[in-house]
Design a protein around this ligand. Structure first.
Ligand code: ADP
Ligand code: NI
Length: 228
C-alpha cells in the first residue's frame, strides 16, 4: 500500500486525539491540543514553515507526555510512531514528528531546549503560548489541583532547576511554577511571531501575580517590578 499524504492523516489524528483526551482534567485536554495546533499553524503561516507537518506535530505534541508516564520521555515518540505507522505515514514524516515532539517540552529554568527545525520552533512556541496568559494561568492551577499540589505557600521559594531530572521531581506549589517556568517563556520564544504573541500574555500573568500578592497582603517579588 502506498504511503498516505499528511493531509489525509490529519483528520484521523484529530479524531483519535479528541476521543482520547476529552476527559482530561489537568490542562492537557483536547482543547489544549486544538489551540496549540491552531496557533502553531498561525505561526507557521507567518514564518513560512511546512503547514501540514506543523499541524500534525502540534496535534501529537503531548501524546503519551512524560508527565503522565512516570517521567518517561520516550513514551511520546513511541506512541506517535505507532499511530502514524498505523495511518501509513511516510518514514520521513514520522521522523520529523518524533524529532519535534521529543524536543518540545520545557525541562527546567536553566536547561536549554533547542529546536533544530523551523517547524519545531512553530510547535514549541505555540505550546508555550498556551502555557502563558489567561489560559496559562488557568492551566497551571488546573494542573496543580489535579496533581494535589498546594496553590501557594510563601514559605517555599521557587527553584531554577539545572537539570530535567530535578525539574521532573519538583512538587512545588503552583505560584512557584510561574517563576520556575511560565514567566521565563516569553524570552525563549523561537520565532518572531511567537515573540509578538507572547508579549501581551506575559503582561497578563504579571498583572495577575501583582493582584494576587496585593490581596494576600504579601510583598511583590522584585522580579515582577522590572519593566515588562
Ligand atoms: P511542556 O511539555 O513544556 O510541559 P505542556 O503542554 O505539557 O508543556 O504543558 C505544561 C503545563 O502544565 C504548564 O504550562 C502548566 O500549565 C502545567 N504544569 C506543569 N508543571 C506544573 C507545575 N509544577 N505546577 C503547575 N502547573 C504545571
Ligand atoms: Ni502541550
Amino acid at each position: 500500500m502506498p504511503f498516505a499524504e499528511i493531509s489525509l492523516i490529519i483528520p484521523e489524528v484529530r479524531q483519535r486525539l479528541k476521543a482520547a483526551t476529552t476527559d482530561e482534567h489537568s490542562g492537557h485536554d483536547w482543547w489544549h491540543i486544538h489551540r496549540v495546533a491552531a496557533t502553531a499553524v498561525e505561526i507557521a503561516q507567518h514564518e513560512q514553515a511546512d503547514l501540514q507537518l506543523v499541524e500534525v506535530a502540534a496535534l501529537l505534541h503531548d501524546i503519551a507526555d512524560w508527565k503522565f508516564h512516570g517521567g518517561n520521555e520516550l513514551a511520546g515518540p513511541a506512541a506517535a510512531t505507532a499511530l502514524l505507522t498505523e495511518l501509513n505515514a511516510t518514514p520521513e514524516v514520522i521522523d520529523s514528528v518524533c524529532q519535534i515532539i521529543a524536543g518540545v517540552t520545557f525541562k527546567g529554568a536553566k536547561v536549554d531546549t533547542p529546536m533544530l527545525t523551523l517547524e519545531g520552533k512553530c510547535v514549541q512556541d505555540a505550546d508555550r503560548l498556551d502555557a502563558i496568559g489567561a489560559i496559562g494561568i488557568a492551566r497551571a492551577f488546573a494542573f496543580g489541583g489535579h496533581f494535589g499540589r498546594k496553590m501557594y505557600d510563601p514559605d517555599e521559594a521557587p527553584v531554577l532547576h539545572t537539570s530535567f531530572e530535578a525539574y521532573k521531581k519538583s512538587g512545588s506549589h503552583t505560584l512557584n511554577h510561574f517563576y520556575e517556568k511560565l514567566l521565563l517563556l516569553r524570552d525563549r520564544m523561537q520565532t518572531a511571531t511567537g515573540r509578538k504573541l507572547a508579549a501581551q500574555r506575559h503582561r497578563v500573568m504579571v498583572d495577575f501575580l501583582k493582584q494576587f500578592y496585593a490581596e494576600a497582603q504579601m510583598p511583590v517579588p522584585s522580579v515582577l517590578q522590572e519593566p515588562t
